[in-house]
Design a protein around this ligand. Structure first.
Ligand SMILES: O=P(O)(O)OC[C@H]1O[C@H](OP(=O)(O)OP(=O)(O)O)[C@H](O)[C@@H]1O
Ligand SMILES: O=C(O)c1cc(=O)[nH]c(=O)[nH]1
Length: 172
């Protein structure tokens, strides 16, 4: 099995970019992890998912991946966890089923929010709020990379405990 250090190195090698980046939160950064690079490599994504599966809190009934990068992660994770999966849009679909959360039913179930990268925690807080409005019980989120920029604290303030496979420190 690949060591944790080797896995972190592979993620860093394929996804770490330097330059000037505007982030989702509006912050600027000189370092950016292009998650689509590790998500586009099926072997690497599967190894990440295998490691993340052991971090799933006991009692989780549904895995909910966030659009867009979180969808690939949650799909890979579900293959290891054998749990039903929901795919959470940023905006409800404007036609057809009009759903914000597609796939597995979240109402009344213990839902784990699955994300690729957490920076400020803003997107997880927004999507968790929407899942809770749909009746989901959310108290944990799991991500591939925690950039360690206040996301865990922002989530904690909203009653969400963040678990991360890798931190920015692991990738430096
Ligand atoms: O913790 P935050 O400050 O909210 O930032 C992290 C969010 O930003 C990125 O998403 P992005 O907007 O790039 O969306 P995408 O997955 O649709 O590409 C990332 O996938 C998280 O959703
Ligand atoms: O905060 C973000 O928007 C963000 C940071 C990062 O490193 N990677 C990413 O995809 N989004």
């Amino acid at each position: 099995m690949t060591s944790s250090e080797d896995l972190a190195r592979r993620v860093r090698d394929v996804s770490r970019l330097t330059g000037e980046f505007v982030l989702r939160s509006g912050r600027t950064a000189t370092e950016y992890f292009d998650k689509y690079q590790f998500e586009a490599d099926p072997e690497l994504l599967d190894q990440l998912a295998e490691r993340m599966a052991v971090l799933i809190p006991e009692g989780t009934e549904v895995l909910a991946g966030l659009e867009m990068g979180g969808i690939a992660v949650v799909t890979a994770l579900a293959r290891h966890a054998k749990l039903p999966t929901a795919f959470v849009r940023k905006q409800a679909k404007q036609y057809g089923t009009s759903r914000l959360s597609e796939g597995a039913e979240v109402a009344g179930r213990r839902v784990l929010v699955v994300e690729d990268v957490v920076t400020s925690g803003g997107q997880v807080v927004i999507s968790t709020g929407e899942l809770r409005k749909l009746g989901a019980h959310v108290d944990h989120a799991l991500c591939v990379i925690d950039r360690q920029e206040g996301g865990a604290a922002a989530l904690a303030a909203d009653g969400i405990t963040l678990r991360a496979l890798l931190t920015r420190e692991d990738l430096s």
